[in-house]
Structure formats: structure tokens, C-alpha cells
Design a protein around this ligand. Structure first.
Ligand code: GNR
Ligand code: NI
Length: 171
């Protein structure tokens, strides 16, 4: 397993739509392993493959708290087929937009289909932080960032800040 660099705003790869994986093979499992190592090191609770420069429809999530046993969830080709009418708000952050946090409203619960680590089809009814995190990661697979769900003023402000930081060579 090796740790990968995480791309950040304004890298245009973050706006690319990721491609489905044809099969869950050794290369997919190797990438997932690199992703969990990268996520734990960051630290973060979720990571999409595109954030390590691989635009494939793969993500990992681990909501285990510090001191608890790690329990990574490996997801390939997720499809949300139901979302609740009810929404909930969480303060979100993103490893690709470091040190910026804002409240985001999303459906409180979602149901999805995906392929697991063995390539088997799974269904999952997610609630709470898991539902929020899955929607955040699936957005990444579609080139969408959490700042797309906040006010235009706040979004333009943070986009400008990162554009300027890049121009100045990240200071
Ligand atoms: O580590 C992360 N925390 C987080 C908090 C609230 C909602 C979503 C997230 S995901 C984020 C890691 C990340 O950027 N995943 O793409
Ligand atoms: Ni993110």
C-alpha cells in the first residue's frame, strides 16, 4: 500500500466525470488500498479515486472514530436509486479544498447499489453521516464539489482564494 498525493482546487481533474470500472480486479483493490491509506493519513472520513488522480468510479469511507477499530467501506460504481424527501444539514469539508468548511443540506437518507470488494452487487440504506458522506463522494465521481451546494458568493470567494494561492505557488 502506498500513500498518494491528493489533488486540490483548482485542479481541472476535480471537474471530470469518472468512468465506471468494468470489473473489480486486483488493480481496483490495489487502488482502494492506496486510497484508504491516503484517507487515514490525511485524516479524512471518505475519499474518491479522482482525488488521487484516478477518474474511476471508486470510493472509500470509514466513519470509525479515533481509537475504534477501522472498518473501511469499499464502493465501486455506486448508483443512488432512492433519496429521502427529508434533508439534513452537516458542516462539510473536503480534502481537495483544505481548511474550508460550510453547512450543506442533502437528503437525510439514500439507498444505493454498488459493487463491493469481492465484486458482488450490494444494496445499502444509508442514514446520518454515512448518507452525507456517500453523497459527497458520489458527487466527486460526477465532477461535483460540496461548494456547488453553497451560496454563489461563498463559492466564488473560496474558488478565488485557491486560484490566487496557486498563482502565487501556494505561498
Ligand atoms: O474528511 C471528510 N470529511 C467530511 C465531513 C463532512 C462531509 C463530508 C466529508 S468527506 C471529507 C473527505 C473528502 O474530501 N472526501 O471527498
Ligand atoms: Ni471531498
Amino acid at each position: 500500500m502506498s500513500r498518494r498525493d491528493i489533488i486540490t482546487l483548482p485542479d481541472p481533474l476535480l471537474r471530470q466525470v469518472s468512468k465506471p470500472v468494468a470489473t473489480v480486479d486486483a488493480s481496483v483493490r490495489r487502488l482502494w488500498d492506496d486510497m484508504v491509506e491516503t484517507m487515514y493519513a490525511a485524516p479524512g472520513i471518505g475519499l474518491a479515486a479522482v482525488q488521487v488522480g484516478e477518474p474511476r468510479r471508486l470510493l472509500v469511507i470509514d466513519l470509525a472514530k479515533e481509537g475504534e477499530d477501522k472498518k473501511p467501506l469499499f464502493v465501486a460504481n455506486p448508483e443512488i436509486f432512492w433519496e429521502s424527501e427529508q434533508v439534513s444539514e452537516y458542516e462539510e469539508g473536503c480534502l481537495s479544498i483544505p481548511d474550508f468548511y460550510e453547512m450543506v443540506s442533502r437528503p437525510s437518507e439514500v439507498k444505493l447499489r454498488f459493487l463491493d470488494r469481492q465484486g458482488a452487487a450490494q444494496e445499502l440504506h444509508a442514514t446520518g453521516l454515512l448518507a452525507t458522506c456517500l453523497q459527497h463522494e458520489i458527487d466527486h465521481l460526477n465532477g461535483i464539489l460540496f461548494i456547488d451546494h453553497i451560496s454563489r458568493l461563498k463559492r466564488e470567494r473560496v474558488v478565488k482564494k485557491f486560484a490566487k494561492a496557486q498563482k502565487l505557488g501556494k505561498l
